[in-house]
Design a binder for this molecule. Structure first.
Ligand code: RFL
Ligand code: PHB
Length: 393
């Protein structure tokens, strides 16, 4: 088999790239280790930046998003139960975010695979990348016991944090940067109406809490927890009680309780690997970087990476120009690091750190109080939260 671009991984990065290349008439094959149900079933991101909404629109995949997505012009912060509103749209000249789950995004991307003739390989075991530093790279995998081979011009490593692509870059070339946080998020989904119309990021003495949603009838809540916490120790009632304490009495009175149908703990991490291109390999999305979920940036960064990569490949195939592919890593990393900074900062002012003393806690409280009172500080938060523009190539 031969194609122009082999895409490893069918998460948001891989599937958006596959659709972008298809729209530009560039051949691609997506090779995914799992099956569609698995990828679509993962409960993950909930908030789309304007850049992501724009890409879905450009690809003509925005029908359901327009009908079902919840457009938010603002968000709320809470300090020890006291809520204050950040009017992001007013502060940024009209920018908004859209609440639309990653599961819905994946469904829209997958539903358009057959009508648009995208080529997919599911259940590919033991995927390996070869000759990435030459001009004839290829990918091998096994499926149903038989070894398969795909020759290509380029490989797009969109296989997430645990994929094979990043590890194919030689250790003396790859630089990694990391912060592991001493806590995780315990998240639930429940079919109850959300407590508030917009999200609430709450800093409480007992730890962080987040009130989010998927629709007018489905809520998504998170509480910060210790890394060694066990799900079995968190029956629904205990979760709701702790959430209500952290959100404070005014919001707690609006929380509608109900049985959760999903409950999981996710660790928090900041991670960047450089460069994002080596030879014929490009990395995009979680394969190259991880952010803590506080800034809601993970999936959006995957989208901005592949938007840039799509432009670079279009210039290469359309005009024979290598400027875009040569500049991809530097261009993508400039935006990645700004999102890393924002996600780290937002995490650091909203969470309870185990070694936190009175001084650090007072600084956090002062910072949140400063944001509450300063339009300048609110603007900084707002423009990062809605998503920084994709700078020109
Ligand atoms: P993915 O989604 O991990 O997809 C990678 C795909 O590659 C496949 N794969 C392989 N395929 C072939 N061969 C191999 N060897 C392979 N190894 C892996 C995997 O099966 C998978 O299908 O990476 P991608 O595409 O870069 O997308 C990244 C996003 O999924 C991720 O950043 C977000 O979910 C992060 N995230 C959030 N992002 C947001 O933008 N907004 C949010 O509100 C938000 N909230 C969250 C989040 C992530 C969370 N968790 C659980 C990590 C909330 C949570 C709790
Ligand atoms: C979510 O709804 O899952 C969500 C929302 C905002 C975040 C993280 C996750 O910052």
């Amino acid at each position: 088999m031969r194609t122009q671009v082999a895409i490893i991984g069918a998460g948001p990065a891989g599937m958006f790239l596959a659709h972008l290349l298809r729209a530009d008439g560039i051949d691609a094959v997506v090779i995914e280790r799992r099956d569609r149900d698995y990828v679509e079933g993962r409960v993950r991101a909930g908030v789309l930046e304007q850049v992501s909404v724009d890409l879905m629109t450009r690809l003509g995949l925005d029908d359901r998003l327009r009908r079902e997505g919840l457009v938010h012009g603002g968000t709320n912060l809470a300090l020890d139960g006291e809520l204050f509103h950040i009017d992001m749209a007013a502060l940024t000249g009209g920018s908004t975010v859209t609440v639309y789950g990653q599961q819905e995004v994946m469904k829209d991307l997958f539903d358009a695979v057959a009508p648009r003739g995208l080529e997919m390989v599911w259940d590919a075991d033991d995927v390996r990348l070869h000759d990435l530093d030459g001009d004839a790279p290829f990918v091998t995998w096994t499926k149903d016991g038989a070894e398969q081979r795909l020759d290509c011009d380029f490989v797009a490593g969109c296989d997430g944090y645990h994929g094979v692509s990043r590890g194919s870059i030689p250790a003396d070339v790859l630089k990694t940067f990391e912060r592991v946080y001493p806590f995780g998020w315990l998240g639930i989904l429940a079919d109850v109406p959300p407590a508030e119309h917009e999200l609430i990021y709450a800093n409480h003495e007992r730890g962080f809490a987040l009130a989010s949603m998927r629709s007018a009838t489905r809520s998504r809540y998170y509480i910060q927890c210790a890394l060694d916490e066990k799900i079995e120790d968190w029956p629904d009632e205990r979760f709701w009680d702790e959430l209500c304490v952290r959100l404070g009495p005014v919001t707690a009175a609006k929380v509608v309780r109900g049985p959760s149908f999903e409950k999981a703990i996710a660790p928090l991490r900041s991670f960047v690997s450089e460069p994002m291109r080596w030879g014929r390999l490009f990395l995009a999305g979680d394969a190259a970087h991880i952010v803590p979920p506080t800034g809601a940036k993970g999936m959006n960064l995957a989208v901005s990476d592949v938007t840039m990569l799509g432009e670079a490949l279009r210039d290469f195939y359309g005009h024979g120009s290598e400027t875009g592919i040569d500049g991809y890593s530097v261009r993508a990393l400039a935006r990645v690091w700004k999102a890393e900074r924002f996600s780290w900062w937002f995490t650091s002012i909203t969470h309870r750190f185990p070694d936190m003393d009175g001084f650090s806690r007072r600084l956090q409280m002062a910072e949140l109080d400063y944001i509450r009172g300063s339009p300048a500080a609110q603007k900084t938060l707002a423009e990062n939260y809605v998503g920084l523009p994709l700078e020109a190539a």
